[in-house]
Design a protein around this ligand. Structure first.
Ligand SMILES: Nc1ncnc2c1ncn2[C@@H]1O[C@H](COP(=O)(O)OP(=O)(O)O)[C@@H](O)[C@H]1O
Ligand SMILES: [Mg+2]
Length: 227
């Protein structure tokens, strides 16, 4: 049912990775998932095409390169037929982005814990609030830490998290950790489950992290839908 957009005008913020990990995790838990790949780089769509060409199963539906004019219809169609609809958005503010926001039950804003990226994430929040004003309703969102350091929380990261809390911006309690596994899934056209621990380090830790992030997203979207 819910539509979840993943947005941040900054390229490299981790939108595609977060969308993909969520799709895999939700599908693994038994949910039906559709991914609308509106990222011009179409990374999830090419992952799907590669798997299809190799005769390997695809655990979720992928809608590739939607046109701006059909996005609303597609979101409505897939929210009616699937448990979750995830929308991987492009790295710029656009009409596509604002239409996706207007139809979303939750917007996730992944960002790297660096001062510059945190500031750009604040701009992304501004875009959501602008769109909410135009719509005349709130658009629920969560900032999501992306490429977190697995071993330690740096002083910079702590400072950024404190600033987010002080600004009363909602931060998802779980963030995606920096893991080789999150890159290798694209290299090997695989899911986390399928990664070979002999070729990729830290697979069990990545699986655990993916599970925690997905659980936090489900809790957030359920909370927002109950409001
Ligand atoms: N948690 C992570 N661990 C390791 N690499 C990551 C992680 N998140 C993103 N990356 C890498 O960072 C780059 C940008 O991520 P991507 O998800 O494509 O960002 P966006 O979609 O916002 O442009 C890619 O090379 C991706 O593999
Ligand atoms: Mg992307």
């Amino acid at each position: 049912m819910p539509a979840i957009s993943v947005a941040n005008p900054k390229g490299g913020a981790g939108k595609t990775t977060l969308t993909f990990i969520l799709a895999c995790e939700l599908a693994r838990s038994g949910a039906t998932v559709a991914v609308i790949d509106a990222d011009p780089n179409a990374i999830i769509a090419s992952w799907g095409r590669k798997r299809a060409s190799e005769g390997r199963a695809i655990p979720f539906e992928i809608v590739a390169s939607p046109k701006e004019s059909e996005l609303v219809r597609l979101v409505d169609q897939y929210t009616a037929s699937h448990d979750f609809v995830l929308i991987d958005l492009e790295g710029t503010a656009s009409r596509m982005t604002s239409r996706a926001f207007a139809r979303s039950h939750l917007v996730l804003i992944p960002f790297n814990l660096s001062p510059i990226d945190a500031e750009l994430a604040a701009n992304a929040v501004g875009l959501i609030q602008e769109e909410a004003e135009a719509l005349g309703r709130t658009i629920p969102f969560r900032l999501v830490r992306s490429r977190d350091n697995a071993a330690i929380q740096t002083k910079t990261a702590k400072r950024i998290v404190t600033a987010i809390n002080e600004a009363q911006l909602p931060l998802l309690p779980a963030g995606l950790v920096e893991r080789a596994a999150y890159r290798d899934i694209f290299d090997f056209s695989s899911t986390l489950e399928e990664l070979d621990e002999a070729n990729t380090s830290g697979v069990p830790a990545a699986k655990k992290n993916a599970y925690e992030v997905a659980r936090a997203v489900v809790a957030a979207v359920q909370m927002e839908m109950q409001k």
